[in-house]
Design a protein around this ligand. Sequence first.
Ligand code: NAG
Ligand code: NAG
Ligand code: NAG
Ligand code: NAG
Ligand code: NAG
Ligand code: NAG
Ligand code: NAG
Length: 851
Amino acid sequence: MLPVQFLIGLGFVNFAYCNSFPSLLTVNATLAVIIDKEYLGDNYEFIKTIIEDRINIVKQQKLKTAGLNVVYSYWTNIYIKKEISVILTVASCKDTWRLHKMADAENILHLAICETDCPRLPVDKAFTIPMTVRGEELPQIIFDLRSRKAYDWKSVILLYDDSLGRDFTTRVLSSLTVDTTELSTGSTSVSLIKLDDYNTGLDKSSIKSTLSTFTSQISRSSFIVIVSMDLATYILQAAQSLELMDIASQWLYVVSDYKLDNDTTSEILSNLKEGNNVAFLNNASTSSTSCKESLDCHIEELLYSFARALDAATLEELELSSQVSDEEWDAIRPTKSERRTYLLNSIKIDLTKNGICGSCLTWEIWTADTWGKEFSFPPHDKFKLIKVGFWKLSSGATMNNVLFPHVVHGFMGKSFSLVTLHNPPWQIIETNDRGGIKCTGLVFDIINELAASLNFTYTLIVLNGEKNEKKNSSYYGKDISYRMIYSVPDGVVRMIRSKQVFMAAFAYTITDENKAVVNFTIPITTQPYTLLTATPKELSRALLFISPFTFNTWLCLLAAIGTMGPILYCIHKISPVNAYHGISARGGLSSISNCTWYIYGALLQQGGLYLPYADSARLLIGSWWLVVLVISTTYCGNLVAFLTFPNNDKPVTTIDELLNQRDTVTWSIAPSTYYEYEIKISNEPKYQALYHGSLQNVGNMDKMLTNIELGKHVHIDWKLRLQYIMKRRFSLKGTCSLSLGTQDFFDERLGLVVSPDNPYLKRINREIKRLHQVGLIEKWLKDYLPKRDKCFKTRSNSNVNNHTVNLDDMQGCFFVLFFGCFISLLLICGERFYHKYQIKRERNIVQPFVS
Ligand SMILES: *[C@@H]1O[C@H](CO)[C@@H](O)[C@H](O)[C@H]1NC(C)=O
Ligand SMILES: *[C@@H]1O[C@H](CO)[C@@H](O)[C@H](O)[C@H]1NC(C)=O
Ligand SMILES: *[C@@H]1O[C@H](CO)[C@@H](O)[C@H](O)[C@H]1NC(C)=O
Ligand SMILES: *[C@@H]1O[C@H](CO)[C@@H](O)[C@H](O)[C@H]1NC(C)=O
Ligand SMILES: *[C@@H]1O[C@H](CO)[C@@H](O)[C@H](O)[C@H]1NC(C)=O
Ligand SMILES: *[C@@H]1O[C@H](CO)[C@@H](O)[C@H](O)[C@H]1NC(C)=O
Ligand SMILES: CC(=O)N[C@H]1CO[C@H](CO)[C@@H](O)[C@@H]1O
């Protein structure tokens, strides 16, 4: 027999249209049989005979409508022409895949009898029968599971006992670790643990100590356990007691010596716990004399099945073409790849229905449905094993789900009850007209996200919390409640602990007391406390011109002017220079008042009329001028600074300031808050003082806010609630009369409540952490907070750099001018009266006559 390539080259198969493909009606289908002589070795003759023999039977007896041309090749190093319709190969793994790639490019149907421990050819393009020996199918099963993407493991711990032979272990190992492009699931790194002592002395305790070495690093590990059935149950128990089976770890038990029956199943189930991921790969093969498993059986069955499929396809095309014209038939006839799919599906259906070869050899894949059972309704639904697939030699692994559905699909759409309570902005529960409820709020945003990622739905149990509501909640508006309970209500604790509800859709303060009865998720939000104080008011600027100097400085200045006058007078008077020069001692500096006026004038940088002659007095005046220079420069500089910076009063902004001003300011702490509780039990004197000094009964909220605005009172509460109060006050009064302290203190952490032994807490925490990291929680919370208005502006003084001097700043000096005018008016009147009085007195006195 010549190689295919050669035969085709000689024009063995000829077609009128080169770019198209042959129709079954005009040209016989061509089957290329490729048998690798080198690979088969001793078996070669046997297999060749069978195949040739069966093909002859097919051609002569089985095909009724269709015609078939067959070409043979006995080595694999060939080139497949596109005129071929089907190839049948018997070759090694590598060659089978190489031929498949060549055939696939031309849409040729590939029927492969292939080396065992080989990735199966794609099931939608080819049909593979591995030459697997009975009892050694495990590596092939693992390959098939990998090509079905049944699992996704980066690393796996393989536990096995003596029942797995040494060579066989190597094969199992390579089926897990081999990395080829032919498999969609990547390779896995494997740690091998051999359970030695079991067969010798039934020493099961050593197994437990082996397992206990994993405890530190087990989270998210995968295990494959290949042992006998009774040891499997024991390992299951041991792993359970060592807490090796959390929701992230996956356990695949391969049980080859025992078919799972009702007793073993119930024993397994009794050892499972909520959240375990356990699957069983179970040998369900039977052995009896009627079982047909030999290779010739498979080859015969496959070829006969192919013949039936080809016949059916030809018949169908014949019927169809007879109903339409030639042109139409050209348009609608199946393409080569459509025909391949048709033939492949026909073969598969036929083999499933009529196939008898290898039907005794089957493995079943079971997985435990454990997630959410404890929390389900009706309560405590039983765990069960569900069949997710089976394995057969010819069809490979047939899966209707992945190996560990919970790992991929979470709770698989189970429905849970959650308990909740109206408490805005965390939970906002609104009842609409038709009696339905609408839940929004930060907690529900998070719960909805959890439900989507963990794949569950929920129904709500809404607690009636009216009795906890404070009467004056209206003050916060409908967006925030005044409820201030920091310990989880008993009703919620009961429901959580009895597993009636999966978790509480309720943000609670995470406290040690609460932690003793329930467990919390990581904080979903942290709420700081702060002070509510009056907005700092701008002080009057009337006396701005005095403010550059302190009162003492002004007093000294006054004293200096007062004393400098007389001193100047004395020095001037005592000095002999006047007498020496013969200057009149009258007028000029020869009077105390003139000296004082001179000193005053010099202070305002108005030069005096006179200058003393004596050096002593001149020295005095010179040094005075120096003093004046310093004083006036300092004053001018300071005045400019005071004009630029607004002059605000200093309200209380921190706890320490509050305690320092305890004589003038009262304060109150929001009642029944966790902060109040914490400072009440605190030993620190500062907090004791804060607690005992606070007003216990502030009475009316309105009155309290008025007092705060007047700067007489300070209120301590969650920053969030204070923001709501500020917002409401602003919309009520239209002015920003309240502001927050500069310092946030005592962060109160709020978390969701779950039951103490909820195995999903870690997973929930991971989701919440992810939401924090992407900033979603912060964004959601912002949406519920009061929108920023102008009262939210920071305390920084925005007009620092841009202050135009206005009348407010200047009014002081105008007052002085006015005052000066007024005094001078008074004086002039006084002077006039004095003058008149003098004249009158002069008239009355009898003057001595002088002539
Ligand atoms: C088609 O096949 C039939 C038998 O299967 C054979 O008799 C016939 O010669 C073939 N025709 C061609 C053109 O090869
Ligand atoms: C599976 O079970 C059959 C029948 O009990 C047995 O013959 C076969 O050896 C088993 N396979 C393995 C891998 O143990
Ligand atoms: C196992 O249990 C199922 C249902 O509980 C029952 O239908 C079946 O007959 C039982 N099989 C055996 C072998 O007891
Ligand atoms: C949720 O569970 C259902 C039921 O098993 C499944 O069909 C679906 O794909 C799952 N969804 C996700 C996102 O895993
Ligand atoms: C629940 O809380 C207890 C006590 O705080 C702690 O020991 C335990 O580990 C927590 N459970 C989980 C699942 O985190
Ligand atoms: C100062 O304020 C005026 C009006 O208030 C504004 O037009 C001007 O741009 C401001 N200048 C600076 C430097 O901020
Ligand atoms: C408990 C309490 O503070 N009640 C007050 C609620 O507000 C009304 C008026 O707004 C007062 O009259 C109540 O005393």
